[in-house]
Design a protein around this ligand. Structure first.
Ligand SMILES: N[C@@H](CCC(=O)N[C@@H](CS)C(=O)NCC(=O)O)C(=O)O
Length: 212
């Protein structure tokens, strides 16, 4: 539900680059079905390191989200923030829900364990387990395959922001051959790809090629 840029609009504004980790935030916004604006950054041209953008996010990375006076970066934090900000979409268990623990665990595990383990694997290095906060790649594969192969989504039939994070990383891992082609991963990604919001986010991401 992307809208044309309008400085006066109160809708969230996403700084986005196509085919990047920013897809997670785009997908999340589509799941919420709320109006939002996109500012496209061309990473190849270094627009993420321009002083104007560094003033917003000193890391010079996408995704970065502006929502009123709130500036938030880190894809996991953005997904968690948006899920709580728009509770009507039911993309996060309520604070007192027993499902909240598993939900938070997967949000943090995605960014804090899956991503660095995949990087270890891509770089063909093995961080010694005693020094690795994220554990070993092989263990991560087994843990994630078990979780995504059990049910439709991580929390059973309930799709949440945690699926946006974990699902995006599994999809990337399969596409880049950084994850083994296990049925659990392929089935999960297939189920996620059936979601209209996912398809809309993909279309917006591809459209951004011409919008840059
Ligand atoms: N931990 C960050 C990583 C974000 C990230 O690495 N973004 C990349 C695109 S995939 C980026 O902006 N790279 C540009 C750069 O570092 O210059 C998150 O999850 O949001």
């Amino acid at each position: 539900m992307a809208q044309g840029a309008s400085p006066a609009a109160p809708s969230p504004r996403l700084f986005h680059a196509r085919r990047s980790r920013s897809f997670r935030a785009l997908w999340m916004l589509e799941e919420l079905a709320v109006p939002y604006q996109i500012d496209y950054l061309d990473l190849g041209k270094g627009e993420q390191k321009a002083p104007g953008f560094l003033a917003i996010n000193p890391s010079g990375k996408v995704p970065t989200l502006l929502d009123g006076d709130v500036v938030i970066s880190e894809s996991g934090a953005i997904c968690a923030y948006l899920a709580d900000r728009y509770p009507a979409a039911r993309l996060a268990p309520h604070l007192d829900s027993p499902a909240r623990g598993a939900y938070l665990k997967w949000l943090f595990y995605a960014a804090g364990c899956m991503e660095p383990a995949l990087t270890d694997h891509a770089l063909k290095r093995a961080t010694p387990p005693a020094q690795s906060a994220w554990g070993e790649y092989d263990a991560m594969v087994v843990i994630v395959a078990g979780a995504v192969g059990r049910d439709r989504y991580l929390l059973g039939d309930w799709f949440t922001a945690a699926d946006v994070m974990v699902g995006s990383i599994v999809r990337f891992g399969l596409a880049m051959k950084l994850l083994p082609p296990r049925d659990e991963f392929a089935g999960y990604v297939e189920r996620l790809a059936q979601r209209p919001a996912f398809q809309q986010a993909l279309a917006s991401d591809m459209a951004s090629r011409t919008a840059q």
